[in-house]
Write a protein that binds this ligand. Sequence first.
Ligand code: PMP
Length: 405
Amino acid sequence: MTAISPHASVSAPASEARTSGRVFNFGAGPSTLPDDVLKQIQQDVWNYRGSGIGILELSHRGKEYDKLIAEIDDDLRAIGNIPRNYKILFMTGGATSQNYIVPANLLPPGGTADHIVTGYWAENTLADARQYASCSNTKATIHVAATSADKNHSYIPADADIKYSASQGRGGPTYVHITSNNTIYGTQWHRLPKIPEGAFLVSDACSDFFWKPIDVTKFGVIYGGAQKNMGTTGCSFIVIRDDILERANKDIPRMLQYGVFSREESRPNTPPTFAIYTVGLMAKWIKAQGGLAALEKLNREKAGLVYAALDANTGFYTPHVRKEDRSFMNITFACKGVGAKEGGGGMEMDARFLADAGKAGLAVLKGHRAMGHGGGMRASLYNAMPLAGAQALAEFIGDFAKKNG
Ligand code: PMP
């Protein structure tokens, strides 16, 4: 592969707006990929590393693929400071399939999992885990330790509000499940919950893994779909500590077993080779940016610009989330009820915002329907969103409020 060069456009100013015919894509996932990564893909689809075979056609048992997955493992460990006593696995079925794969592997017979429910995906995870517990012979219990549903998931619960199962007269949980970034509502954990002794933390980090350096050793399992910060659709990543992997259940179907994926280098069957390859390109790109510390700085700057524009226009916009729990990845807001019925949330103005933004090359900003009031707006600022995109959006937010306020 030709080296991925430091990427001028991620930190270029808004005045150097895109000239390539592409727009700034604020979609929550699949989401924008860096220009350099897309160009490399274009080359590799035709001829992967001089093999004469394109990446879409490459055998998952050949020596090029052996080399590729070894390189991806090394690169992800180096970038994410992932210790050797953790395995990195790739599976299919997205983050959603981990909703049952996690309990199927990790809940011992009669065990308990505690969930902290902070949004739409966390609710799905809870429902699927409960479904798993109810239809299996594990006699497992899924306990809700805390939820932010009372305020439409606009905050992250404090430690004092988390009631683990142990305190409810049951045995302690095997693990505590959190969703580190709530993609739809736009909250993010900026500290980790204090969990009961003996339990490990499982984190759905689908929408914020690799946004900044983290201490992986604080977690037992971290998982997500790759299609936001780390690549494109088709593969999920699982980072799992060895001792947890070793005691994972072995009486479940083979294609659900973490142990099988670990032993067979994430290819017990034909894996999603293209999606995994794209994770590899993202890893190289992250390295070329200066690693996660450099990306964190940039990600903070991008989100800071957009939040500042919203905060400068509080008479016009309502951000959804309590300030201290704001996500650096997904920024959610709506126009106030201008021209709408009281409590109507400014839906007509939201629609105008989205239409005008689209004309300005700022695309896929519509919020999720689960937010209510038509969804409002959501700007996703993952790793590959250039600074120029955040600058352009921040300027647009200010200009739109002036024009329509
Ligand atoms: N969890 C979170 C936090 C997500 O953002 C998403 C997708 N947006 C999912 C889970 C579901 O991921 P997938 O579509 O890969 O199943």
